[in-house]
Design a protein around this ligand. Structure first.
Ligand code: KG4
Ligand code: ZN
Length: 335
């Protein structure tokens, strides 16, 4: 069994080996009215959701508590109050059932989502070594995986994450949180070339997104001086142009990473990998660069417990058990 509670979704899943048996999710609509996740409210919602979510995951999978042979849980990174709910719950289960506790890094789990199999369909999984562009609400990383336990972050953002760049832009445009999916939706109807935003200039394989958001803010301020309705009248074109800048920047560094490492198996993971332009552009780039590209299914892009279970399986196989005295880490770099 796996539990995920690092941010604003409470999720529980059951896996047999790499086969997913259930993956249940309870979202938290409460945050949309605040324009972002309110940590205190998130912890309380996890507290209410966790028992029904776990019970439903067991029921859907047709699995009994006494059949479990390990419990995987997100140990970090994430919001401390949210993590504490999942970790405390998982520890109690591990202790009462006498089974191992498996401490999972959320970012690694996003990548491991590629290995989840579903009943009745055999999916092609990435071959090691492979590169993963991991793009979520809190992280943007280029990760080189030589094996399931040899992960090297070869590039990352020095400020905001790509997801934040989407969410903050959405807020500037008056769209509710999380804004990424909405920017994506409006961008589909807009013209990418309508406006120009500067692609950030950052050395090596690192990223930076905070300047991009600021340039959007100044751009809107300037245009609204001439036309107070500029934002609403140009929503689709703003979204399309802004999204295009993020996607081009993400892929520019990914291409560089692939060339520098010589790796041809390329994947992406995390919430932003649900973005429709990023999904189609990475495939097109892969064709030109001769890559084998792996894109996660939509349900495994954003936070879910199945990916925590997949990473947990690796720990179980290697007998990498966590101590029951362990505590969550808001910034967790261990794999
Ligand atoms: O991985 P994730 O579910 O949570 C974290 O671990 O942070 O990622 C959430 C992020 C949010 O910033 C959300 O706006 C973004 O992923 N996101 C998207 C799309 N769907 C989710 N960004 C752009 N386009 C999308 N379709
Ligand atoms: Zn995540």
């Amino acid at each position: 069994m796996a539990i995920e509670s690092s941010c604003d979704d409470t999720s529980a899943a059951l896996l047999r080996g790499d086969m997913m048996l259930s993956n249940v999710m309870a979202g938290q609509a409460i945050h949309s009215e605040y324009g972002g996740v309110v940590p205190e409210l998130a912890s309380r919602a996890h507290q209410s959701n966790i028992v029904p979510v776990v019970s439903s995951a067991l029921k859907k999978a047709g699995v009994k508590l006494n059949e479990l042979d390990g419990i995987a849980v997100t140990m970090g990174p994430g919001l401390m109050g949210s993590l504490l709910v999942g970790v405390s719950f998982a520890k109690s289960m591990a202790q009462s059932l006498g089974i191992p506790l498996l401490a999972v890094n959320h970012m690694k789990a996003h990548i491991m989502a590629h290995f989840i199999q579903k009943e009745g369909e055999i999916k092609k999984v990435p071959e090691f070594p492979f590169l993963c562009l991991t793009v979520s609400g809190g992280h943007t990383q280029l990760v080189l995986l030589k094996s399931p336990f040899e992960l090297e972050v070869i590039g990352q953002t020095i400020d905001d994450a790509a997801g934040e760049a989407f969410d903050k832009a959405a807020k500037l445009l008056g769209l509710p949180y999380p804004g990424g999916p909405l920017v994506d939706k409006y961008a589909r109807e807009g013209n990418r070339q309508a406006f120009e935003f500067p692609v950030p200039k950052i050395q090596g394989l690192d990223y930076s997104f905070s300047g991009l958001k600021t340039s959007l803010m100044y751009f809107i301020q300037k245009m609204e001086k001439e036309n107070p309705n500029f934002r609403s009248e140009n929503l689709t074109n703003i979204c399309a142009s802004y999204q295009d800048t993020i996607v081009r920047f993400l892929l520019q560094k990914l291409k560089r990473a692939a060339r520098e490492t010589g790796v041809k198996h390329i994947s992406m993971a995390g919430g932003v990998s649900a973005n429709s332009q990023l999904r189609s552009d990475i495939l097109a780039l892969g064709k030109r660069e001769n890559w084998e590209v792996y894109i996660p299914e939509f349900q495994f892009c954003t936070d879910n417990a199945a990916m925590i279970g997949m990473a947990g399986q690796l720990h179980l196989k290697e007998k990498k058990y966590a101590e029951l005295s362990t505590s969550p880490k808001a910034r967790f770099s261990g794999m």
